[in-house]
Design a protein around this ligand. Structure first.
Ligand code: MG
Length: 255
C-alpha cells in the first residue's frame, strides 16, 4: 500500500466510525410513548345546544313496517338470536337484560321511534336514562335524559354518539314521550373496505331537525375513534343500560 492510499484508508475509517457512533446514539435515544386513549379525549362539552319546545308525534303511515305496535316483541331478538327479553306492559316495552335488535335487516330507511325516560329517573350525565338507537346495528343515535342534565354534547340525546352533537336540544321532561324520526342513507363501500359514500342521517327530535343530512364517520365507539368496516344490511338495535327507558310506536319505511 502506498502512502496516499494508507492516509485515505485512515480517513475513511474515522468517518465510518463517527457514523456508527451517531447511529448508535440515535438507537439509544428514548422518545416518550403516546398517551393512552381515554374516554374524555373524544368528549366535546361546549357550546351546549339551545333549548326549544317541541310539538306532537304522528302515527304509522299505511306502507310502514310496524316493529312494535304495543302488543309484543315478535319483530325483535337478543344478540344471540333468541326472543327479545325486554318487558312489555301497558302498550310499551322497557329496556333490560341486554341489547335487542330487529330480526329484519335494512339498508336505506325512514324510522320512527318513541321513547320515554322514567319520571323518577336518577343519576346524572351519561348515567341518566341512557339507551340508544343503532342504525344498521353500528351507528348509535344517543338516547339520554338531556332535560336539565348536561353532559358532553356529542353524547347528549340526539347526538351521533361521540361524533356530532344535535343542532338544538328538543328534549321533553322525564315521564313525557320523545320522538325520533330518522332518515338514513346506508354507506357504499370501495373494494378496500373504506367508504365510497359514507352513511348519512337526518334526525328530527320531537319534530325538530337536530341532525341535517349529517355524515356518519364510522362506528360510534365509547373509547377511541370511529372505525370503518365493510358491511351490508343491518338491524335496528336498541341499547340496554340500567336506565329503564320505555319504547312504543316503532315503525320503519324502506327507501
Ligand atoms: Mg347510549
Amino acid at each position: 500500500m502506498n502512502k496516499k492510499n494508507f492516509i485515505l484508508g485512515i480517513l475513511f475509517s474515522l468517518i465510518l466510525c463517527n457514523f456508527c457512533v451517531e447511529i448508535d446514539a440515535q438507537e439509544k435515544k428514548k422518545y416518550p410513548d403516546p398517551a393512552p386513549m381515554t374516554a374524555a379525549m373524544t368528549e366535546i362539552w361546549t357550546p351546549q345546544p339551545k333549548i326549544v319546545t317541541p310539538g306532537e308525534p304522528v302515527s304509522a303511515p299505511s306502507d310502514a313496517i310496524v316493529l312494535f305496535d304495543g302488543k309484543d316483541l315478535s319483530a325483535w331478538e337478543n344478540d344471540k338470536g333468541e326472543p327479545a327479553p325486554w318487558k312489555v306492559e301497558n302498550g310499551v316495552f322497557i329496556a333490560g337484560q341486554g341489547n335487542i335488535r330487529t330480526k329484519q335487516k335494512f339498508e336505506n330507511f325512514q324510522l320512527h321511534v318513541e321513547w320515554r325516560i322514567p319520571e323518577d329517573v336518577t343519576g346524572q350525565g351519561q348515567g341518566r336514562g341512557n339507551s340508544g338507537v343503532y342504525l344498521q346495528g353500528r351507528y348509535e343515535l344517543q338516547i339520554l335524559d338531556s332535560y336539565e342534565n348536561e353532559t358532553y354534547i356529542n353524547g347528549m340525546a340526539a347526538s351521533i354518539y361521540k361524533q356530532t352533537p344535535p343542532l338544538v336540544n328538543a328534549m321533553r321532561k322525564p315521564g313525557e314521550w320523545n320522538v325520533y324520526d330518522v332518515i338514513y342513507s346506508a354507506p357504499v363501500f370501495k373494494d378496500d373496505g373504506t367508504y365510497r359514500t359514507p352513511p348519512r342521517v337526518t334526525l328530527l327530535h320531537n319534530g325538530v331537525v337536530v341532525q341535517n343530512n349529517t355524515t356518519i364517520l364510522g362506528t360510534t365507539e365509547y373509547i377511541g375513534h370511529p372505525r370503518v368496516a365493510k358491511h351490508g344490511a343491518g338491524p335496528i338495535l336498541l341499547q340496554d343500560h340500567p336506565g329503564h327507558v320505555a319504547f312504543r310506536n316503532i315503525w320503519i319505511r324502506e327507501l
